[in-house]
Design a protein around this ligand. Structure first.
Ligand code: ARG
Length: 435
């Protein structure tokens, strides 16, 4: 091929990131070949040893690429074969099509586990912050207009709950990548007696792919992962936006500690919420990844097509920015300092209790629509007299899910336990890579 076109088709810059998974997959494949009698024990040993050398060279940045290394798979195999002649038998019964499908599944599972751990960290930071402020009164907003009293704890927990749902989405993505594709070959399996169960067991897969064409063509497990990254990023962007608002001098609800604030190169007085803004802005990446991946997949004829090579850039970008944003969110929340006085001043706005006043009329028998009109008139005339203060209002809001401080405090304990469970789950599901 023309050198320029070789450059166009090479994916090494991107898929180098897959090397730990490619090598682990090759070790498992070699063990499967040996179990099938397709490699001698001596060949297996030489291949395993050689693959470990390649892995060391790659992880230490000592690997020398050559012009014919088109992707990570060819680079690993080429180098292995330089190290040992047994390398020439490694690709028995395998195609790069099922190989890359395997590598990306292994990557997706490791990523989902790491992302769940990232969620555990961010959620725990939110729940701790909420616990410390379970009874701090603040205005709640609709349309960025003061609406009704809530507590800081309740509002902060409202950012933890969606992240817990995202963790479930990552768990689903982990499971969706749980089918082992090797043995599918290029698309039609192989005439050789491969031991698929051996390979699956080596790599911690629960199942074997059930159709060799689907196994090399499908990337919906990757869509699941990117989708989960996107929803998590959208949730973090809304947390970022709330912090941007709260840190503004108009709100003044939080102070940005030095650890999380940036200055301006021009204006000496500035303390900017750049980290919160970046949580908001960076969500564009996984949205882009999801659109890019879905667009690549749409209308592709079965089975493998080279278009599929484009999957990795999209997946890696979504995962990397997800991990980075979760870590940044945790640190941002840990350092967030709420300003009790400013919150109290804002929460003393009598308008926040207009609904309470209407509900007090309802409690003494007035139909709600009439009560709404009466209180609305008082509020418009500026002589609204709330029936009780905001703290009482919060105590009276005592349904499940409501901002009652006692309920908020109880919920912070549940959320912290869930974060701890997610952390444990991630520890128990490390990337299953044979050495
Ligand atoms: N690098 C390719 C990918 O990421 C795998 C190679 C398969 N290439 C091929 N011509 N069959 O999808």
């Amino acid at each position: 091929m023309l050198p320029e076109l070789e450059r166009f088709s090479s994916s090494l810059d991107v898929d180098f990131e897959l090397f730990p998974y490619d090598i682990a997959g090759s070790i498992a494949h070699a063990r499967g070949l040996a179990a099938a009698g397709l490699l001698t024990p001596a060949q297996l040993k030489a291949i395993e040893r050689g693959l470990r050398v390649v892995r060391k060279e790659m992880s230490e940045g000592r690997f020398t690429f050559v012009d014919t290394d088109e992707d990570i798979h060819t680079a690993v195999e080429r180098r292995l074969t330089e190290i040992t002649p047994a390398g020439a038998s490694l690709h028995t019964g395998r195609s790069r099509n099922d190989q890359v499908a395997l590598d990306l599944r292994l990557y997706a599972r490791a990523a989902a586990s790491a992302l769940i751990d990232g969620i555990a960290g961010a959620v725990d930071a939110l729940a701790l912050k909420a616990a410390d402020h379970a009874a701090w009164v603040m205005p709640g907003f609709t349309h960025v207009q003061r609406a009704q009293p809530v507590t800081v704890g309740h509002h902060v927990l409202a950012h933890a709950e969606p992240l817990l749902r995202d963790a479930e989405r990552f768990r689903h993505a982990y499971d969706a990548a749980g089918d082992m594709p090797l043995g599918s070959g290029a698309l039609a399996g192989t005439t050789l007696p491969l031991q698929r169960e051996v390979v699956a067991r080596e790599l911690g897969f629960e199942r074997l792919t059930a159709n060799s064409i689907d196994a090399v063509a499908d990337r919906d497990f990757a869509l699941d992962l990117v989708y989960a990254c996107m929803t998590a990023a959208i949730h973090l962007s809304r947390l970022g936006e709330d912090i941007v608002l709260w840190a503004s001098s108009e709100f003044g609800f939080v102070k940005l500690a030095d650890e999380i604030a940036t200055g301006s190169s021009l204006m000496p007085q500035k303390r900017n919420p750049d980290i919160a803004e970046l949580l908001r802005g960076r969500a564009g990446r996984p949205v882009g990844s999801l659109v890019a991946l879905a667009t690549t997949l749409k209308g592709l004829p079965l089975a493998y097509d080279r278009d599929l090579q484009e999957d990795k850039a999209a997946v890696f970008a979504a995962v990397d920015s997800g991990l980075d944003s979760l870590r940044a969110a945790r640190l941002l929340v840990e350092h967030l300092a709420f300003d009790r006085d400013r919150l109290a001043v804002a929460a003393a706005d009598p308008g926040l209790l207009a609904t309470d006043a209407a509900e007090a009329l309802v409690a003494s028998g007035t139909p709600f629509r009439r009560a709404h009109e009466t209180i609305g008139k008082q509020a418009a005339a500026g002589n609204l007299r709330p029936p009780w203060d905001a703290a009482t209002s919060l105590r009276k809001r005592d349904l499940a899910g409501a901002p009652n401080p006692r309920r908020v405090a109880a919920r912070t304990r549940v959320v912290r336990r869930q974060a701890a469970a997610l952390h444990r789950w991630a520890q128990e599901h490390p990337p299953a890579l044979p050495d």
